[in-house]
Ligand binder design. Structure first.
Ligand code: PLP
Length: 522
Protein backbone atom coordinates (compact mmCIF):
# COMPACT_ATOMS: atom_id res chain seq x y z
CA UNK A 1 0.00 0.00 0.00
CA UNK A 2 1.40 3.43 -0.85
CA UNK A 3 1.86 5.80 2.06
CA UNK A 4 2.22 9.55 2.14
CA UNK A 5 4.81 11.45 4.18
CA UNK A 6 2.56 11.48 7.25
CA UNK A 7 2.59 7.71 7.10
CA UNK A 8 -1.07 7.51 6.13
CA UNK A 9 -2.27 5.26 3.34
CA UNK A 10 -3.11 7.20 0.20
CA UNK A 11 -5.95 4.77 -0.58
CA UNK A 12 -8.20 3.03 1.94
CA UNK A 13 -7.89 -0.74 1.69
CA UNK A 14 -11.63 -1.19 1.70
CA UNK A 15 -12.69 -3.51 -1.08
CA UNK A 16 -10.86 -6.42 0.50
CA UNK A 17 -12.46 -5.90 3.89
CA UNK A 18 -15.88 -6.27 2.34
CA UNK A 19 -14.94 -9.85 1.51
CA UNK A 20 -15.93 -9.38 -2.11
CA UNK A 21 -14.25 -10.89 -5.09
CA UNK A 22 -11.49 -8.53 -6.20
CA UNK A 23 -11.34 -7.28 -9.76
CA UNK A 24 -8.05 -6.63 -11.52
CA UNK A 25 -8.81 -2.89 -11.83
CA UNK A 26 -10.35 -2.46 -8.39
CA UNK A 27 -13.48 -1.27 -10.22
CA UNK A 28 -16.80 -2.82 -9.34
CA UNK A 29 -18.83 -2.65 -12.54
CA UNK A 30 -20.08 0.93 -12.81
CA UNK A 31 -18.40 1.88 -9.53
CA UNK A 32 -15.01 3.02 -10.77
CA UNK A 33 -11.97 3.44 -8.55
CA UNK A 34 -10.42 6.84 -9.04
CA UNK A 35 -7.00 7.99 -7.87
CA UNK A 36 -6.27 11.53 -6.73
CA UNK A 37 -5.71 13.86 -9.64
CA UNK A 38 -2.10 14.33 -8.49
CA UNK A 39 -1.50 10.59 -8.71
CA UNK A 40 -2.59 10.71 -12.35
CA UNK A 41 -0.09 13.44 -13.24
CA UNK A 42 1.68 12.43 -16.45
CA UNK A 43 3.99 15.39 -16.50
CA UNK A 44 2.66 16.51 -19.85
CA UNK A 45 2.45 20.05 -18.59
CA UNK A 46 -1.02 20.99 -19.70
CA UNK A 47 -3.79 19.85 -21.99
CA UNK A 48 -3.59 23.18 -23.79
CA UNK A 49 -0.70 24.30 -26.02
CA UNK A 50 0.45 27.78 -25.19
CA UNK A 51 2.94 29.78 -27.22
CA UNK A 52 6.27 30.36 -25.59
CA UNK A 53 5.91 33.34 -23.26
CA UNK A 54 7.63 36.43 -24.65
CA UNK A 55 10.71 37.58 -22.79
CA UNK A 56 9.80 40.69 -20.79
CA UNK A 57 11.60 42.41 -17.97
CA UNK A 58 10.26 41.18 -14.64
CA UNK A 59 8.63 43.77 -12.45
CA UNK A 60 8.08 41.42 -9.52
CA UNK A 61 11.06 42.68 -7.56
CA UNK A 62 12.65 39.30 -7.02
CA UNK A 63 9.41 37.56 -6.00
CA UNK A 64 9.25 35.43 -9.17
CA UNK A 65 8.21 31.78 -8.78
CA UNK A 66 11.35 29.66 -8.64
CA UNK A 67 9.84 26.18 -8.86
CA UNK A 68 7.02 24.57 -10.83
CA UNK A 69 3.52 25.45 -9.66
CA UNK A 70 2.70 21.75 -9.18
CA UNK A 71 -0.57 21.54 -11.10
CA UNK A 72 -1.10 18.02 -12.43
CA UNK A 73 -0.68 17.70 -16.19
CA UNK A 74 -3.70 15.99 -17.73
CA UNK A 75 -5.22 15.97 -21.17
CA UNK A 76 -8.78 17.26 -21.55
CA UNK A 77 -10.46 13.81 -21.72
CA UNK A 78 -8.50 12.70 -18.65
CA UNK A 79 -9.66 15.74 -16.73
CA UNK A 80 -13.27 15.29 -17.86
CA UNK A 81 -13.29 11.63 -16.85
CA UNK A 82 -11.70 12.35 -13.49
CA UNK A 83 -14.37 14.79 -12.38
CA UNK A 84 -17.23 12.81 -13.92
CA UNK A 85 -16.09 9.69 -12.07
CA UNK A 86 -15.85 11.57 -8.79
CA UNK A 87 -19.30 13.12 -9.32
CA UNK A 88 -20.77 9.61 -9.58
CA UNK A 89 -19.49 8.78 -6.11
CA UNK A 90 -21.38 11.69 -4.64
CA UNK A 91 -24.93 11.98 -3.36
CA UNK A 92 -27.24 14.74 -4.58
CA UNK A 93 -30.82 15.91 -4.28
CA UNK A 94 -31.13 15.08 -7.99
CA UNK A 95 -30.41 11.41 -7.13
CA UNK A 96 -32.67 10.84 -4.18
CA UNK A 97 -34.25 11.96 -0.91
CA UNK A 98 -31.78 14.00 1.14
CA UNK A 99 -33.15 13.99 4.70
CA UNK A 100 -30.60 16.33 6.26
CA UNK A 101 -32.58 18.03 9.06
CA UNK A 102 -32.35 21.83 9.34
CA UNK A 103 -30.85 22.06 5.84
CA UNK A 104 -34.04 21.88 3.71
CA UNK A 105 -32.61 19.87 0.84
CA UNK A 106 -35.54 20.13 -1.54
CA UNK A 107 -35.88 19.99 -5.29
CA UNK A 108 -34.59 23.10 -7.03
CA UNK A 109 -36.97 23.83 -9.92
CA UNK A 110 -35.11 24.13 -13.22
CA UNK A 111 -37.23 27.14 -14.14
CA UNK A 112 -35.28 29.09 -11.51
CA UNK A 113 -32.02 28.18 -13.23
CA UNK A 114 -33.35 29.35 -16.57
CA UNK A 115 -34.34 32.72 -15.10
CA UNK A 116 -31.02 33.16 -13.28
CA UNK A 117 -29.19 32.75 -16.60
CA UNK A 118 -31.08 35.53 -18.41
CA UNK A 119 -28.30 37.86 -19.57
CA UNK A 120 -29.98 40.93 -18.04
CA UNK A 121 -29.53 39.32 -14.62
CA UNK A 122 -26.47 37.13 -15.11
CA UNK A 123 -24.15 39.25 -17.25
CA UNK A 124 -24.21 42.53 -15.37
CA UNK A 125 -21.71 44.12 -13.02
CA UNK A 126 -22.45 45.75 -9.66
CA UNK A 127 -20.52 48.87 -10.66
CA UNK A 128 -22.59 49.43 -13.81
CA UNK A 129 -24.50 52.76 -13.86
CA UNK A 130 -27.89 52.16 -12.20
CA UNK A 131 -29.69 53.39 -15.32
CA UNK A 132 -28.38 50.32 -17.16
CA UNK A 133 -29.54 47.79 -14.51
CA UNK A 134 -33.05 49.00 -13.71
CA UNK A 135 -34.50 45.51 -14.26
CA UNK A 136 -32.11 43.92 -11.78
CA UNK A 137 -32.81 46.58 -9.14
CA UNK A 138 -36.54 46.16 -9.71
CA UNK A 139 -36.14 42.41 -9.16
CA UNK A 140 -34.30 43.01 -5.86
CA UNK A 141 -37.02 45.45 -4.76
CA UNK A 142 -39.83 43.09 -5.78
CA UNK A 143 -38.28 40.13 -3.94
CA UNK A 144 -37.72 42.33 -0.89
CA UNK A 145 -41.36 43.36 -1.07
CA UNK A 146 -42.45 39.70 -0.99
CA UNK A 147 -40.20 38.97 1.99
CA UNK A 148 -41.56 41.96 3.93
CA UNK A 149 -45.14 40.97 3.13
CA UNK A 150 -44.69 37.26 3.92
CA UNK A 151 -43.05 38.02 7.27
CA UNK A 152 -45.24 41.00 8.26
CA UNK A 153 -42.11 43.02 9.03
CA UNK A 154 -41.25 46.62 8.16
CA UNK A 155 -38.15 46.55 5.94
CA UNK A 156 -35.54 44.21 4.54
CA UNK A 157 -31.78 44.20 4.03
CA UNK A 158 -30.93 42.09 0.99
CA UNK A 159 -27.14 42.05 1.14
CA UNK A 160 -26.31 39.29 3.71
CA UNK A 161 -24.91 36.27 1.92
CA UNK A 162 -26.03 33.35 4.10
CA UNK A 163 -28.06 32.57 7.20
CA UNK A 164 -25.13 33.09 9.56
CA UNK A 165 -24.27 36.35 7.77
CA UNK A 166 -27.88 37.43 8.29
CA UNK A 167 -27.57 36.71 12.01
CA UNK A 168 -24.51 38.97 12.06
CA UNK A 169 -26.48 41.68 10.24
CA UNK A 170 -29.39 41.43 12.70
CA UNK A 171 -27.17 41.57 15.77
CA UNK A 172 -25.16 44.51 14.40
CA UNK A 173 -28.43 46.41 13.92
CA UNK A 174 -29.52 45.47 17.45
CA UNK A 175 -26.20 46.63 18.86
CA UNK A 176 -26.44 49.91 16.94
CA UNK A 177 -29.98 50.50 18.26
CA UNK A 178 -28.95 49.85 21.87
CA UNK A 179 -25.85 52.03 21.58
CA UNK A 180 -27.94 54.81 20.03
CA UNK A 181 -30.05 54.93 23.16
CA UNK A 182 -26.91 54.87 25.32
CA UNK A 183 -27.69 51.42 26.69
CA UNK A 184 -24.94 49.09 25.49
CA UNK A 185 -25.71 45.69 27.00
CA UNK A 186 -23.49 42.62 27.25
CA UNK A 187 -25.45 39.40 27.10
CA UNK A 188 -27.30 37.48 24.41
CA UNK A 189 -29.55 34.62 25.52
CA UNK A 190 -29.68 31.58 23.23
CA UNK A 191 -31.74 28.41 23.77
CA UNK A 192 -29.89 25.12 24.32
CA UNK A 193 -31.26 23.70 21.09
CA UNK A 194 -29.99 26.57 18.88
CA UNK A 195 -27.99 26.06 15.70
CA UNK A 196 -24.28 26.56 16.43
CA UNK A 197 -24.22 29.68 14.29
CA UNK A 198 -26.37 31.57 16.86
CA UNK A 199 -23.93 31.56 19.79
CA UNK A 200 -21.02 31.90 17.36
CA UNK A 201 -22.53 35.05 15.84
CA UNK A 202 -23.31 36.57 19.24
CA UNK A 203 -19.74 35.94 20.41
CA UNK A 204 -18.36 37.34 17.15
CA UNK A 205 -20.26 40.61 17.71
CA UNK A 206 -18.66 40.78 21.17
CA UNK A 207 -21.53 39.60 23.35
CA UNK A 208 -21.36 37.10 26.17
CA UNK A 209 -23.58 34.12 25.37
CA UNK A 210 -25.76 32.47 27.98
CA UNK A 211 -27.95 29.49 27.32
CA UNK A 212 -31.65 29.17 28.18
CA UNK A 213 -32.85 25.67 29.06
CA UNK A 214 -35.59 23.78 27.22
CA UNK A 215 -38.65 22.44 29.01
CA UNK A 216 -39.75 18.80 28.86
CA UNK A 217 -41.80 19.61 25.75
CA UNK A 218 -38.68 20.70 23.81
CA UNK A 219 -39.61 24.40 23.91
CA UNK A 220 -37.94 27.43 25.51
CA UNK A 221 -38.52 27.36 29.28
CA UNK A 222 -40.44 30.65 29.58
CA UNK A 223 -40.03 30.93 33.36
CA UNK A 224 -36.28 30.33 33.16
CA UNK A 225 -36.03 32.97 30.42
CA UNK A 226 -38.05 35.52 32.39
CA UNK A 227 -35.93 34.79 35.46
CA UNK A 228 -32.75 35.65 33.56
CA UNK A 229 -33.93 38.85 31.83
CA UNK A 230 -32.47 42.08 33.18
CA UNK A 231 -30.64 45.29 32.30
CA UNK A 232 -27.58 43.40 30.96
CA UNK A 233 -29.51 41.36 28.35
CA UNK A 234 -29.22 42.91 24.87
CA UNK A 235 -31.31 40.35 23.01
CA UNK A 236 -32.54 36.78 22.77
CA UNK A 237 -32.02 34.67 19.66
CA UNK A 238 -34.93 32.28 19.21
CA UNK A 239 -35.32 29.82 16.36
CA UNK A 240 -38.96 29.33 15.40
CA UNK A 241 -39.90 26.66 14.50
CA UNK A 242 -37.03 25.46 16.68
CA UNK A 243 -34.37 22.91 15.84
CA UNK A 244 -36.37 20.12 17.51
CA UNK A 245 -38.85 20.70 14.67
CA UNK A 246 -41.35 22.27 17.08
CA UNK A 247 -43.24 25.55 17.01
CA UNK A 248 -42.56 27.87 19.97
CA UNK A 249 -46.12 28.60 21.11
CA UNK A 250 -44.99 31.12 23.75
CA UNK A 251 -43.30 33.38 21.19
CA UNK A 252 -45.53 36.41 21.87
CA UNK A 253 -45.03 36.05 25.63
CA UNK A 254 -41.27 35.74 25.06
CA UNK A 255 -41.16 38.91 22.92
CA UNK A 256 -43.26 40.86 25.42
CA UNK A 257 -41.06 39.82 28.34
CA UNK A 258 -37.84 40.68 26.47
CA UNK A 259 -39.17 44.07 25.34
CA UNK A 260 -40.41 44.86 28.86
CA UNK A 261 -36.86 44.22 30.09
CA UNK A 262 -35.45 46.62 27.45
CA UNK A 263 -34.01 43.91 25.18
CA UNK A 264 -34.64 43.03 21.55
CA UNK A 265 -35.80 39.81 19.87
CA UNK A 266 -33.80 38.16 17.11
CA UNK A 267 -35.47 35.24 15.36
CA UNK A 268 -33.45 32.63 13.47
CA UNK A 269 -35.77 32.22 10.49
CA UNK A 270 -33.92 29.36 8.80
CA UNK A 271 -37.00 27.18 9.34
CA UNK A 272 -39.39 29.66 7.74
CA UNK A 273 -40.27 27.01 5.16
CA UNK A 274 -42.45 25.34 7.83
CA UNK A 275 -44.66 28.39 8.39
CA UNK A 276 -44.46 30.47 5.20
CA UNK A 277 -47.92 31.67 4.18
CA UNK A 278 -49.35 30.77 7.60
CA UNK A 279 -47.53 32.70 10.34
CA UNK A 280 -46.07 36.21 10.05
CA UNK A 281 -43.10 36.63 12.41
CA UNK A 282 -43.91 40.37 12.57
CA UNK A 283 -47.09 39.44 14.45
CA UNK A 284 -45.00 37.65 17.09
CA UNK A 285 -43.07 40.72 18.25
CA UNK A 286 -39.82 39.93 16.45
CA UNK A 287 -37.35 42.76 15.75
CA UNK A 288 -35.05 41.08 13.22
CA UNK A 289 -35.03 37.76 11.40
CA UNK A 290 -32.96 36.28 8.61
CA UNK A 291 -34.48 34.18 5.85
CA UNK A 292 -32.40 31.51 4.15
CA UNK A 293 -33.40 31.97 0.51
CA UNK A 294 -31.41 28.80 -0.22
CA UNK A 295 -33.64 26.79 2.10
CA UNK A 296 -37.16 28.24 2.07
CA UNK A 297 -37.10 29.57 -1.47
CA UNK A 298 -35.18 26.72 -3.04
CA UNK A 299 -31.81 27.42 -4.52
CA UNK A 300 -29.02 24.86 -4.85
CA UNK A 301 -26.88 24.86 -1.70
CA UNK A 302 -24.58 22.68 0.33
CA UNK A 303 -21.77 22.30 -2.17
CA UNK A 304 -24.16 23.11 -5.01
CA UNK A 305 -24.23 26.85 -4.77
CA UNK A 306 -24.01 29.93 -2.58
CA UNK A 307 -26.52 31.01 0.05
CA UNK A 308 -28.40 34.21 0.60
CA UNK A 309 -29.71 35.46 3.93
CA UNK A 310 -31.83 38.64 3.68
CA UNK A 311 -32.86 40.12 7.04
CA UNK A 312 -36.28 41.59 7.77
CA UNK A 313 -36.56 44.31 10.42
CA UNK A 314 -39.23 45.76 12.68
CA UNK A 315 -40.03 49.46 12.46
CA UNK A 316 -37.87 50.14 15.54
CA UNK A 317 -34.75 48.57 14.00
CA UNK A 318 -35.22 49.82 10.45
CA UNK A 319 -33.15 53.04 10.83
CA UNK A 320 -30.14 50.93 11.88
CA UNK A 321 -30.27 48.47 8.98
CA UNK A 322 -27.28 48.16 6.65
CA UNK A 323 -26.67 49.86 3.32
CA UNK A 324 -27.24 49.72 0.44
CA UNK A 325 -31.01 49.78 -0.03
CA UNK A 326 -32.92 49.65 -3.28
CA UNK A 327 -35.59 52.32 -3.25
CA UNK A 328 -38.32 53.00 -5.77
CA UNK A 329 -38.73 56.66 -6.70
CA UNK A 330 -41.61 56.98 -9.15
CA UNK A 331 -40.90 54.40 -11.83
CA UNK A 332 -37.16 54.57 -11.24
CA UNK A 333 -35.12 52.37 -8.90
CA UNK A 334 -32.20 53.88 -7.03
CA UNK A 335 -29.50 52.34 -4.91
CA UNK A 336 -29.18 54.21 -1.63
CA UNK A 337 -25.54 53.83 -0.69
CA UNK A 338 -25.08 56.44 2.02
CA UNK A 339 -26.82 57.47 5.21
CA UNK A 340 -29.45 60.09 4.55
CA UNK A 341 -32.31 61.41 6.60
CA UNK A 342 -34.67 58.81 5.09
CA UNK A 343 -36.51 56.50 7.48
CA UNK A 344 -34.74 53.40 6.14
CA UNK A 345 -31.17 54.32 6.81
CA UNK A 346 -30.87 57.33 9.09
CA UNK A 347 -28.49 55.57 11.51
CA UNK A 348 -27.27 52.63 9.44
CA UNK A 349 -24.56 50.52 11.06
CA UNK A 350 -22.74 50.36 7.71
CA UNK A 351 -22.25 47.74 5.03
CA UNK A 352 -22.32 43.94 5.17
CA UNK A 353 -20.71 43.36 1.77
CA UNK A 354 -19.03 45.31 -0.98
CA UNK A 355 -22.11 45.21 -3.23
CA UNK A 356 -25.80 44.39 -3.14
CA UNK A 357 -26.02 40.67 -2.36
CA UNK A 358 -26.35 37.42 -4.30
CA UNK A 359 -28.05 38.39 -7.56
CA UNK A 360 -28.29 34.79 -8.80
CA UNK A 361 -30.04 33.71 -5.62
CA UNK A 362 -32.42 36.67 -5.78
CA UNK A 363 -33.45 35.72 -9.29
CA UNK A 364 -34.00 32.08 -8.35
CA UNK A 365 -35.96 32.97 -5.22
CA UNK A 366 -38.27 35.41 -7.01
CA UNK A 367 -38.79 32.88 -9.79
CA UNK A 368 -39.74 30.31 -7.11
CA UNK A 369 -42.09 32.72 -5.34
CA UNK A 370 -43.83 33.92 -8.51
CA UNK A 371 -44.25 30.40 -9.91
CA UNK A 372 -45.85 29.24 -6.63
CA UNK A 373 -47.90 32.35 -5.89
CA UNK A 374 -49.22 33.16 -2.44
CA UNK A 375 -51.46 30.06 -2.34
CA UNK A 376 -48.66 27.82 -3.58
CA UNK A 377 -46.28 29.04 -0.85
CA UNK A 378 -48.93 28.28 1.74
CA UNK A 379 -49.18 24.78 0.32
CA UNK A 380 -45.38 24.41 0.46
CA UNK A 381 -45.37 24.79 4.25
CA UNK A 382 -48.43 22.56 4.62
CA UNK A 383 -46.88 19.76 2.57
CA UNK A 384 -43.48 20.07 4.31
CA UNK A 385 -45.18 19.63 7.69
CA UNK A 386 -47.41 16.80 6.43
CA UNK A 387 -44.43 14.86 5.05
CA UNK A 388 -42.45 15.22 8.28
CA UNK A 389 -45.40 14.04 10.37
CA UNK A 390 -45.91 11.07 8.05
CA UNK A 391 -42.31 10.03 8.81
CA UNK A 392 -42.68 10.73 12.53
CA UNK A 393 -45.83 8.62 12.91
CA UNK A 394 -44.63 5.86 10.58
CA UNK A 395 -41.48 5.23 12.59
CA UNK A 396 -42.33 6.05 16.20
CA UNK A 397 -43.02 2.38 16.97
CA UNK A 398 -39.39 1.54 16.14
CA UNK A 399 -37.52 4.79 16.91
CA UNK A 400 -38.10 6.83 20.05
CA UNK A 401 -39.56 10.28 19.23
CA UNK A 402 -38.60 12.39 22.27
CA UNK A 403 -41.35 15.00 21.88
CA UNK A 404 -43.76 12.88 19.84
CA UNK A 405 -46.29 12.83 22.69
CA UNK A 406 -46.60 16.61 22.74
CA UNK A 407 -48.31 16.66 19.35
CA UNK A 408 -47.38 16.95 15.68
CA UNK A 409 -43.98 18.21 14.58
CA UNK A 410 -43.35 20.97 12.08
CA UNK A 411 -41.16 20.37 9.02
CA UNK A 412 -38.73 17.89 10.58
CA UNK A 413 -39.03 14.76 12.71
CA UNK A 414 -36.70 14.20 15.66
CA UNK A 415 -35.71 10.75 16.95
CA UNK A 416 -33.29 9.54 19.63
CA UNK A 417 -31.11 6.44 19.99
CA UNK A 418 -33.06 5.18 23.01
CA UNK A 419 -33.55 1.43 22.77
CA UNK A 420 -30.53 0.72 20.56
CA UNK A 421 -28.58 -2.39 21.61
CA UNK A 422 -25.47 -1.84 23.74
CA UNK A 423 -22.54 -0.76 21.55
CA UNK A 424 -24.63 0.45 18.60
CA UNK A 425 -25.12 4.16 18.04
CA UNK A 426 -26.75 6.79 15.87
CA UNK A 427 -23.54 6.85 13.84
CA UNK A 428 -23.90 3.12 13.03
CA UNK A 429 -27.49 3.65 11.94
CA UNK A 430 -26.47 6.55 9.71
CA UNK A 431 -23.76 4.44 8.08
CA UNK A 432 -26.29 1.67 7.52
CA UNK A 433 -28.53 4.16 5.74
CA UNK A 434 -25.69 4.87 3.28
CA UNK A 435 -25.72 1.20 2.28
CA UNK A 436 -29.46 1.56 1.64
CA UNK A 437 -28.65 4.35 -0.83
CA UNK A 438 -29.63 7.39 1.25
CA UNK A 439 -27.71 10.37 2.51
CA UNK A 440 -27.96 10.15 6.31
CA UNK A 441 -30.12 12.54 8.31
CA UNK A 442 -28.60 15.23 10.55
CA UNK A 443 -27.01 13.43 13.52
CA UNK A 444 -26.25 14.42 17.11
CA UNK A 445 -28.06 17.73 16.63
CA UNK A 446 -29.91 19.29 18.40
CA UNK A 447 -27.74 18.66 21.45
CA UNK A 448 -30.73 18.46 23.82
CA UNK A 449 -31.58 14.93 22.61
CA UNK A 450 -29.29 11.92 23.12
CA UNK A 451 -28.05 10.46 19.85
CA UNK A 452 -30.36 12.82 17.95
CA UNK A 453 -31.52 12.05 14.41
CA UNK A 454 -33.19 15.01 12.71
CA UNK A 455 -35.08 14.06 9.53
CA UNK A 456 -36.35 16.75 7.15
CA UNK A 457 -38.01 15.20 4.12
CA UNK A 458 -39.25 18.55 2.60
CA UNK A 459 -42.43 18.96 0.61
CA UNK A 460 -40.95 17.92 -2.73
CA UNK A 461 -40.87 14.17 -1.97
CA UNK A 462 -43.60 11.89 -3.28
CA UNK A 463 -45.38 9.41 -1.02
CA UNK A 464 -43.57 6.58 -2.83
CA UNK A 465 -40.18 8.16 -2.04
CA UNK A 466 -41.17 8.69 1.59
CA UNK A 467 -42.36 5.08 1.89
CA UNK A 468 -39.09 3.77 0.50
CA UNK A 469 -37.09 5.91 2.92
CA UNK A 470 -39.29 4.88 5.85
CA UNK A 471 -38.80 1.20 4.91
CA UNK A 472 -35.03 1.63 4.75
CA UNK A 473 -34.83 3.53 8.05
CA UNK A 474 -37.13 1.00 9.74
CA UNK A 475 -34.93 -1.88 8.59
CA UNK A 476 -31.71 -0.25 9.83
CA UNK A 477 -33.33 0.84 13.12
CA UNK A 478 -34.51 -2.72 13.74
CA UNK A 479 -30.94 -3.97 13.19
CA UNK A 480 -29.65 -1.36 15.68
CA UNK A 481 -32.18 -2.44 18.29
CA UNK A 482 -31.56 -6.14 17.72
CA UNK A 483 -27.81 -5.68 18.24
CA UNK A 484 -26.83 -6.61 14.68
CA UNK A 485 -23.05 -6.14 14.95
CA UNK A 486 -22.64 -6.09 11.17
CA UNK A 487 -23.92 -2.49 11.31
CA UNK A 488 -20.59 -1.54 12.85
CA UNK A 489 -18.93 -2.35 9.52
CA UNK A 490 -21.35 -0.24 7.45
CA UNK A 491 -21.13 1.16 4.86
CA UNK A 492 -19.94 -1.88 2.93
CA UNK A 493 -21.39 -0.92 -0.46
CA UNK A 494 -20.10 2.67 -0.64
CA UNK A 495 -16.98 3.65 -2.63
CA UNK A 496 -15.26 4.21 0.74
CA UNK A 497 -15.84 2.57 4.11
CA UNK A 498 -15.61 4.42 7.43
CA UNK A 499 -13.17 7.28 7.37
CA UNK A 500 -11.34 8.74 10.33
CA UNK A 501 -13.63 11.76 10.57
CA UNK A 502 -11.95 13.14 13.69
CA UNK A 503 -8.55 13.17 12.01
CA UNK A 504 -10.06 14.65 8.87
CA UNK A 505 -11.66 17.49 10.85
CA UNK A 506 -8.82 18.14 13.31
CA UNK A 507 -5.83 17.55 11.07
CA UNK A 508 -6.99 18.04 7.52
CA UNK A 509 -4.29 17.33 4.96
CA UNK A 510 -4.80 20.06 2.43
CA UNK A 511 -1.54 19.82 0.50
CA UNK A 512 -0.71 16.75 -1.54
CA UNK A 513 2.76 15.34 -1.16
CA UNK A 514 4.18 12.61 -3.35
CA UNK A 515 3.93 9.10 -1.85
CA UNK A 516 7.01 7.93 0.03
CA UNK A 517 7.49 4.90 -2.23
CA UNK A 518 7.72 6.98 -5.40
CA UNK A 519 10.33 9.18 -3.76
CA UNK A 520 12.44 6.26 -2.63
CA UNK A 521 12.50 4.95 -6.20
CA UNK A 522 13.99 8.20 -7.54
C1 PLP B 1 -29.01 26.57 8.11
C2 PLP B 1 -29.24 27.20 9.43
C3 PLP B 1 -28.49 28.32 9.85
C4 PLP B 1 -27.30 28.87 9.08
O1 PLP B 1 -27.57 29.21 7.77
P1 PLP B 1 -26.37 29.26 6.69
O2 PLP B 1 -27.01 29.79 5.46
O3 PLP B 1 -25.87 27.87 6.57
O4 PLP B 1 -25.31 30.18 7.23
C5 PLP B 1 -28.81 28.90 11.05
N1 PLP B 1 -29.79 28.40 11.83
C6 PLP B 1 -30.52 27.32 11.47
C7 PLP B 1 -31.62 26.83 12.37
C8 PLP B 1 -30.27 26.68 10.26
O5 PLP B 1 -30.98 25.61 9.90
Amino acid sequence: MSMNREGRPTKPDSAGEAGEAQTWTGNRALMLEEPLIFEMDEDIGTGVDFDEAPKVASRLGGLERNRPIGIPGLSEPQAVRHYTRLSRQNYAIDLGLFPLGSCTMKHNPRLNERMARLPGFADIHPLQPVDTVQGALELIAELGGWLVKLTGMHSVAMSPKAGAHGELCGLLAIRAALEARGDAREVILVPESAHGTNPATAAFVGYRVESIPANERGRVDLDALKGRLGPDVAAVMITNPNTCGLFEPDMIAISEAVHAAGGLVYCDGANFNAIVGRVRPGDLGIDAMHINLHKTFSTPHGGGGPGSGPVVFSEALTPFAPLPFVEQQGDHFVLVEEETAGEHHASSFGRMTAFHGQMGMFTRALSYILSHGADGLRQVSGDAVLNANYILRSLEDVLEAPFGESGPCMHEALFSDKGFAEGLSTLDLAKGLIDEGFHPMTMYFPLVVHGAMLVEPTETESKAALDQFIGALRSVAERAKAGDESLKAAPVHAPRRRLDETQAARKPVLVWKPPVQAEAAE
